[in-house]
Design a protein around this ligand. Structure first.
Ligand SMILES: NC(=O)c1ccc[n+]([C@@H]2O[C@H](COP(=O)([O-])OP(=O)(O)OC[C@H]3O[C@@H](n4cnc5c(N)ncnc54)[C@H](O)[C@@H]3O)[C@@H](O)[C@H]2O)c1
Ligand SMILES: O=P(O)(O)OC[C@@H](O)[C@@H](O)[C@H](O)[C@H](O)CO
Length: 491
């Protein structure tokens, strides 16, 4: 067994792919906030690929954790000199390992916020990128505006506050860059949010406006926030994954990443100065990312929502189990074909039928073992962003809504907190308490769940939607999820 660190890399050569570049020559050009599984399977992997080609050596990553819980990642990465194993799990059972070397440093903001700010303000850093989850953008669900009442934000806005949120840290770094005349930087969101760059611009300038209006104006003028579509299914690393990396590859890795082989990144070319030559390693650089984003969020992410609640209620625990169930697979394709696709724009270079078929195959990969628990988490940040826009579009255009309404009813049934086998369900959601209370009330008041306007807006006022939703909920209560879905299948 070989402990993963810089010194031991030569011992791993021949067993697994390791960085072919001299890591001592790397310089951090990117500060990335939110080093979780996805960043390590995606952006860090693309950079590692470039580095293996002898490119991007001045674009290494300094990882930043903003939450105290990121101490685990700090400890894992620091002990391993930033190295970790990425294992791609192919559908045929082949596992493809690679040690990724593009992260060279990790800073935890609660340990030393000043060090994080100075790193972000350093002239050699030209990109600050983010994967901080949808909730990390602090958008108020009802107003769609930056939520300035969030206590962490209030604390960061106070005079003389030591920044603790990504808003406080990044805007302070931008202020220092402006004051010092340091070359402007690009803020690049890689989260699953429609218009992720636009949303990032909205929230960072909103925070800056509250702190220092002139800084906000400077940011608007000088800091680009490119939009992007990012894709690679990356489940939470399990104990079994850690053991697998040790047993199969002889690597003692505190926190490997496992992912599907598929990967995609479509990115707008709006950068302050230079950027890595991402296009040399398969990233699609486009003028307008919106058609790709809509395709991905409404087909892939919304289908994840379509399979997770109804699948969990039926007794499944993993995404592949649901996607391998013929009834669910057909339901997902019907949802995509008859409800989601009609809401999309033409997507240059993509055959949508092929994309949808491939999605079912990706979901069905049995080795990825993506848990329904991961997909069911933070639903109040997902359903309103990915599924409800499809519903609203179809309500406005007289399109079909029955499948999406069934998914929403499935979420409402899921939030009752017990599945059809009587097993408890743990609701992981910022709004868990009140969603659970509303779900419990729906046996008497079938529309109780929809009454939450923060989540559903005025959807409750649409009779076509409420009638369809009510029937779906009734059917879920009476016949269960599997039977409900089966009845909806087109011939
Ligand atoms: N996992 C995937 O399959 C996948 C694929 C495409 C895109 N993404 C995007 O990446 C995001 C992260 O996914 P992951 O799998 O890496 O999750 P993860 O749980 O492994 O990592 C999430 C990271 O975000 C940080 N974070 C959360 N809330 C924050 C906040 N308020 N402020 C600052 N940091 C915060 C956490 O500290 C952690 O470092 C997703 O929410 C999604 O937007 C994920
Ligand atoms: O990561 P989230 O929480 O935004 O969404 C859950 C999944 O749908 C998502 O992670 C997908 O696996 C991913 O978007 C695939 O690229």
């Amino acid at each position: 067994m070989t402990a993963l660190n810089e010194e031991n890399l030569p011992r791993l050569e021949g067993t697994v792919a390791v960085p072919s570049y001299d890591r001592s020559r790397l310089r951090a050009g990117i500060v990335h906030v939110g080093v979780g599984g996805f960043h390590r399977a995606h952006q860090a992997m693309y950079l590692d690929r470039l580095m293996n080609e002898g490119e991007a050596l001045d674009w290494a990553i300094c990882g930043v954790g903003v939450l105290p819980g990121d101490a685990r990642m700090r400890d894992a990465l620091r002990a391993q000199d930033g190295l970790y194993t990425l294992v791609l799990k192919h559908p045929d059972g082949t596992f493809e390992p690679r040690v990724i070397g593009s992260i060279i440093e990790y800073l935890l903001a609660p340990d030393d916020p000043e060090a994080v700010i100075e790193k972000m303000a350093a002239p050699e850093v030209r990109i600050i990128s983010l994967t901080v989850t949808e909730g990390g953008y602090n958008i108020h669900h009802v107003t769609g505006e930056f939520d300035a009442a969030n206590p962490a934000v209030v604390a960061d806005l106070a005079d003389g506050a030591v920044p603790a949120t990504s808003f406080g840290l990044i805007t302070e770094a931008l202020r220092r860059r402006r004051d010092r005349g340091v070359a402007p930087v690009t803020v690049m969101s890689c989260d699953n949010i429609q218009g992720n760059g636009d949303v990032a611009r909205q929230v960072f300038t909103a925070f800056a406006r509250l702190k220092d209006p002139e800084l906000a104006a400077w940011i608007t003028e000088h800091v680009p926030f490119p939009n992007s579509m990012v894709d690679r299914i990356t489940p939470v690393t399990s104990e079994q994954d850690r053991a697998m990396v040790a047993e199969r590859f002889g690597i003692e890795d505190a926190w490997p990443v496992v992912a599907e082989p598929f990967t995609q990144w479509v990115l707008e070319d709006r950068f302050a100065s230079s950027r890595p030559s991402y296009e040399d390693t398969g990233v699609q650089i486009v003028d307008d990312v919106e058609p790709y984003e809509l395709m991905k969020l409404r087909l892939l992410n919304a289908s994840h929502q379509a399979l997770c609640y109804l699948g969990r209620l039926s007794g499944y625990r993993y995404a592949h189990e649901v996607a391998q169930d013929e009834v669910f697979a057909r339901f997902l394709l019907d949802y995509m074909d008859r409800e989601a696709t009609t809401t999309l724009q033409p997507v240059p270079g993509i055959d949508l039928d092929d994309y949808k078929r491939t999605l079912i195959e990706r979901f069905a990969n049995p080795h990825v073992r993506d848990t329904l628990a991961r997909l069911c988490a933070e639903s109040s940040d997902r359903i309103p962003k990915w599924l409800l826009p499809v519903v609203r579009h179809n309500l406005a255009t007289d399109g079909e809504i029955v499948r999406a309404a069934t998914v929403v009813a499935g979420w409402a049934r899921y939030d009752e907190g017990v599945d059809e086998q009587g097993e408890p369900i743990e609701i992981v959601d910022r709004l868990a308490e009140r969603l659970h209370a509303a779900a419990l009330a729906q046996r008497e008041d079938p529309l109780a769940f929809l009454r939450d306007r923060e989540v559903f807006g005025d959807l409750i006022e649409d009779e076509r939607f409420t009638t369809t939703y009510r029937e779906a909920l009734e059917s879920l209560h009476r016949d269960g999820a599997h039977r409900t879905v089966e009845r909806l299948l087109t011939a």
